[in-house]
Design a binder for this molecule. Structure first.
Ligand SMILES: Nc1ncnc2c1ncn2[C@@H]1O[C@H](COP(=O)(O)OP(=O)(O)OP(=O)(O)O)[C@@H](O)[C@H]1O
Ligand SMILES: [Mg+2]
Length: 273
């Protein structure tokens, strides 16, 4: 079964600079699929890393399965991370290991399973992502899309209860993006695992998740059930979900900051806790 995550009043900055985002509160409901949207550079990847305890927030609290990460010892953090699968934006495969060894790595590192058991699990996950036959290749020998899928297979190998995917579909063609969405929906239905997915793919956002959140100009500007989000009258949400050039979001931060976003960006409503 999936575990939920919750953040309360979360703020993150780097080196004393303006926060990437401030006062973010939301609940990633257990067993559901949630998609996080937002223009490039709004801190989606930073959010995922903070949620999993790889980055420390300036303020606020993170809970996974009701346990506060921000108060955990390294050992407790290690234990909770083992229940989570992460697909990083760049795939983060080890360049010197073939795909098989990359996917087997967490099992060899964190379990006492025999190589025979490991083989069964690795081949099953390769099958899920459609990569049986590619196990002997090095990451440099496969396409970017295949590296993503191998990263997903590795994220799934420990039967995680919470799965974080940072742009699993970037670099995939439309058919494979749709197939990946289907794979995620099936995994969610079969295992009940909770998914939090960062994507720029509007089609995925419109069809896959139960909930959608959006970060914009350092704020969580919306977090709602998908149907409500798709019907939102907030200009920034409408522009993003319609991939429109008309609206508050511009090409540069400067335009965003000086644009007509005003109220929308200033009045976030997360799931208040
Ligand atoms: N380790 C770090 N040290 C300093 N600044 C960082 C670090 N990681 C991220 N940032 C900054 O935080 C901001 C948000 O970055 P992030 O990668 O989270 O954006 P994003 O929303 O994931 O963008 P994209 O859609 O392009 O992947 C950027 O300004 C980035 O430069
Ligand atoms: Mg990112």
């Amino acid at each position: 079964m999936g575990v939920g995550a919750e953040v309360v009043g979360l703020t993150k900055s780097f080196n004393g600079n303006k926060p990437v985002w401030s006062d973010v509160s939301l609940t990633v409901p257990s067993g559901d699929i949630t998609v996080l949207l937002g223009p490039s550079g709004t801190g989606k990847s930073v959010f995922l890393k903070t949620l999993i305890g790889l980055l420390r927030p300036d303020r606020g609290k993170v809970f996974i399965d009701g346990q506060e990460l921000t108060a955990m010892s390294d050992r407790e953090l290690y234990a909770i991370r083992q229940r989570c699968g992460v697909l990083f934006q760049d795939g983060a495969l080890f360049g010197s290991m073939n795909i098989y060894d990359n996917i087997a790595f967490p099992l060899r590192e964190h379990t006492r399973k025999t190589e025979r058991e490991i083989r069964r699990i690795v081949m099953q996950r390769l099958d899920v992502v459609g990569m049986v036959g590619d196990e002997d290749k090095l990451p440099s020998e496969i396409s970017g899309g295949m590296r993503k899928r191998a990263g997903l297979a590795r994220a799934l190998v420990m039967d995680p209860e919470l799965i974080l995917c940072d742009e699993p579909d970037s670099g995939l063609d439309p058919v494979r993006t749709a197939l990946l969405s289907k794979t995620i929906a099936e995994l969610n239905a079969e295992t009940g695992a909770t998914f939090l997915i960062v994507t720029h793919d509007i089609n995925t956002a419109r069809t896959l998740p139960h909930h959608i959140g959006m970060l914009y100009l350092g704020q969580l500007v919306a977090f709602e059930r998908r149907e409500q989000m798709l019907a939102s009258d907030k200009p920034v949400v409408r522009q993003f979900l319609n991939a429109s050039i008309e609206g508050p979001i511009g090409m540069t931060e400067e335009k965003d900051a000086n644009g007509q976003n005003g109220q929308t960006a200033q009045q976030p409503f997360g799931v208040a806790q």
